[in-house]
Design a protein around this ligand. Structure first.
Ligand SMILES: N[C@@H](CCC(=O)N[C@@H](CS)C(=O)NCC(=O)O)C(=O)O
Length: 211
């Protein structure tokens, strides 16, 4: 059986969790308590020395330690439904938007939150190294996040999904980013981001999105 190392409160493992659900991949779940620092303990380091989740351990013991690896692997092994695009151009579009959501959305939230939250003092980046917070990076993260919401809203003004004409990995990343932005008190509103609100309501009809 595939084993998924998850953390119910964190955004990165949620991306892998939604992907596993959309593809209906049978798996066991192990919760890693990031708030208690379990990722930095010896037991988890033996699984992933980078001290991050998500992690997917395959039946033969191989370990995948990033969303990038997990998405590539699951799409190749469980091609139905295709979530990374079908035609060459669709694949390019999904890769492009998945990356933009990751870099401009998820990274901006992480930058804003990890550089300002008292609980993240000395933990401004995930991983085995303790980095100090930089207040200005927190402010910049918030500005980048607001810009990302504008970009996403514009993108969704004329289309039902973030990339290509159908649901894809880019929608999963964007749902996770839009929902997690609440930790820095950023939410799409009917007045400022009506297209994000409409798209998010449609996404909520997918059973996996409740996870
Ligand atoms: N590139 C990784 C990033 C994973 C990541 O940053 N995970 C965070 C949770 S959202 C984590 O494990 N943090 C541990 C920590 O903060 O110490 C991926 O997306 O797979």
């Amino acid at each position: 059986m595939i084993t998924f190392y998850d953390c119910a409160t964190a955004p990165s493992p949620r991306r892998a969790r939604l992907l596993l659900a959309e593809k209906r991949v049978p798996h066991d779940v192990v919760q890693v308590d990031l708030r208690a620092g379990e990722q930095l303990g010896q037991a988890f380091r033996a699984i992933n020395p980078d001290c991050t989740v998500p992690v997917l351990r395959l039946e033969d013991g191989e370990v995948l330690t990033s969303n990038a690896a997990i998405a590539a692997y699951l799409e190749a092994r469980f091609p139905e439904p295709p979530l990374l695009g079908v035609t060459p151009l669709e694949k390019a579009e999904v890769a492009h938007w998945n990356w933009r959501v990751e870099f401009e959305g998820l990274m901006a939230i992480a930058e804003a939150m990890r550089n300002t939250a008292p609980a993240m003092k000395g933990r401004a980046l995930p991983g085995p190294v303790d980095y100090p917070q930089i207040r200005e990076l927190g402010e910049r993260g918030l500005a980048r996040l607001k810009r990302f919401f504008d970009v996403l809203n514009e993108r969704l003004a004329t289309r039902p999904t973030v990339a290509t004409g159908r649901f894809s990995l880019a929608d999963i990343a964007a749902v996770v980013a839009v929902d997690f932005a609440r930790v820095v008190r950023v939410k799409p509103s009917e007045t400022d981001h009506p297209h994000i609100v409409r798209w998010r309501t449609t996404m909520a009809q997918r059973p996996a999105m409740a996870l």
